[in-house]
Design a protein around this ligand. Structure first.
Ligand code: IMP
Length: 208
């Protein structure tokens, strides 16, 4: 398994995945480079969405493929926004391009208002990565990571994206947006899931 298709066109994710998989001799190719369109994410769970994306990319490219799916789950909201994290505040107004900063701002406004007056501020980011060797693979590799924190009402920090300025890490006394990118990658939900995937691939490599 020397070439792996990444079922995402997110440049940040591509860079991160490339860095961690290069030492294993794995070349990561974004699905857009193979003209594979984005798959739908219609499911209620992260794992189902990641599996659907990975199968889609593998089926279209004829290569092994992997996909991640992630979001933030808030205890006091029964796990919402969960799989809807990217579009929690709804789709952008028709005809307007979906500027990520604008979407992030609207999502955060909605989250702050949903938690107003609530004492329980616990939340965690979740990430799952699914890798299939072929589109019908009955044994996908599955790796996951969780990152626990608390949501604050006033944003802090300018790094990261999404909900990061509101996601406080009590042990560090910083929000995720106050961490340098490499600090975040070392402990984040995505970093942990990726480290778990790398460990699984190493075991498979040794067994070959
Ligand atoms: P996706 O898995 O890239 O589609 O991410 C889903 C959504 O979850 C993003 O659009 C963000 O709203 C949120 N999210 C996932 N990971 C992070 C993170 O590391 N920081 C902030 N928000 C995140």
């Amino acid at each position: 398994m020397r070439r792996l298709v990444l079922a995402s066109s997110n440049a940040g994710k591509l860079r991160e995945f490339r860095q961690m998989l290069a030492p294993l001799g794995i070349e990561v190719v974004p699905q857009s480079a193979l003209c594979v369109p984005e798959a739908d994410e219609p499911h209620d769970t992260f794992i189902e969405n990641a599996l659907a994306k990975a199968r889609h990319a593998s089926g279209r490219s004829g290569l092994p493929a992997f996909a991640d799916d992630s979001g933030i789950c808030v205890d006091a909201l029964n796990g919402a926004p969960g799989v809807l994290s990217a579009r929690y505040a709804g789709e952008p107004p028709a005809g307007l391009p979906a500027a990520r900063e604008d979407q992030d701002r609207r999502n955060n406004e909605k989250l702050v208002s949903a938690l107003r007056g609530k004492d329980d501020r616990r939340a965690h980011y979740y990430c799952v990565i699914v890798l299939v060797r072929h589109a019908e693979d009955p044994e996908p590799l599955i790796a996951e990571g969780r990152w626990h924190g608390k949501l604050i009402a006033t944003p802090r920090g300018a790094n990261g994206f999404g909900y990061d300025p509101y996601f406080l890490l009590p042990d560090l006394g910083k929000t995720a947006a106050e961490l340098a990118p490499e600090e975040k990658n070392a402990i984040s939900h995505r970093g942990r899931a990726l480290a778990q995937l790398v460990a699984q691939l190493r075991v498979m490599g040794n067994a070959e």
